[in-house]
Ligand binder design. Structure first.
Ligand code: DGP
Ligand code: NA
Ligand code: NA
Length: 210
């Protein structure tokens, strides 16, 4: 790849336990096998100071007002923005497990105003593509076996899914809704097809902002 080529900014979104982590891993492995420089990322990034507060909140060892934790999740993305920009401009494709849309979906699902939730995300780098993994509502219920973290409850996940659906309808030009009830291999094949073309298409395009 020539020096001026940037990497693609690829995000996976969806409810808890929908299979994002597996799909991120499969996509990273595929791009590596094609000699495309690629780095995985995951938000919330729990190792920073802010990330540790978020972790305490998610594991229920700390309570915070909805608005405060919302802004902490957003700050966690902002504190990584320079690094993300630099990695992309160096030619690395980023495969990111959750981003601003989780920020909006999880907080709006609690009843916070949608536009208020989106406001602190404005100005962050905009992904080139979002893979939205979605399963039918029944399927979500049958998945059961949620972990012990704060949001891992069937009823709440249903409300999160509704907000994701709303965002997906609005951002349709770069969102790809994919059926998460199919096998991981079939899902990966769909993702791979779109992602490989995308990496080449955006290489000479400017980065955009939310
Ligand atoms: P994960 O590490 O991907 O399992 O995410 C942990 C939990 O945090 C999961 O239930 C989704 C939720 N989450 C991720 N990003 C945000 C965010 O920006 N805001 C809120 N409120 N929740 C988020
Ligand atoms: Na989770
Ligand atoms: Na995950």
């Amino acid at each position: 790849m020539s020096l001026e080529n940037r990497g693609a900014f690829i995000v996976f979104e969806g409810c808890d336990r929908i299979g994002k982590t597996t799909q991120c891993r499969l996509l990273v492995e595929l791009l590596k096998s094609r000699d495309i420089p690629v780095l995985p990322m995951h938000f919330p990034e729990r190792s920073s100071h802010i990330g540790q507060v978020i972790n305490s909140y998610l594991t229920n060892s700390k309570d915070l007002p909805d608005e405060v934790i919302h802004l902490m999740f957003s700050a966690n993305r902002w504190e990584h923005m320079n690094q993300i920009k630099q990695k992309l401009l160096e030619g690395n494709t980023l495969v990111v497990d959750r981003y601003s849309y989780s920020g909006v979906a999880y907080s709006a699902a609690k009843g916070l105003d949608f536009d208020w939730c989106y406001a602190p995300e404005r100005g962050l780098l905009k992904p080139d593509a979002v893979f939205y993994l979605r399963a039918p509502a029944d399927d979500l219920t049958n998945r059961g076996e949620y972990g012990k973290e704060r949001y891992e409850k069937v009823e709440f996940q249903g409300r999160v899914a509704k907000v994701f659906d709303q965002i997906c309808a609005k951002e349709a030009n770069y969102w790809h809704q994919l059926d998460a009830s199919q096998s991981a291999e079939d899902l990966h094949a769909q993702v791979a097809d779109i992602a490989v073309k995308l990496v080449h298409r955006v290489a000479t395009q400017d980065l955009d902002k939310l």
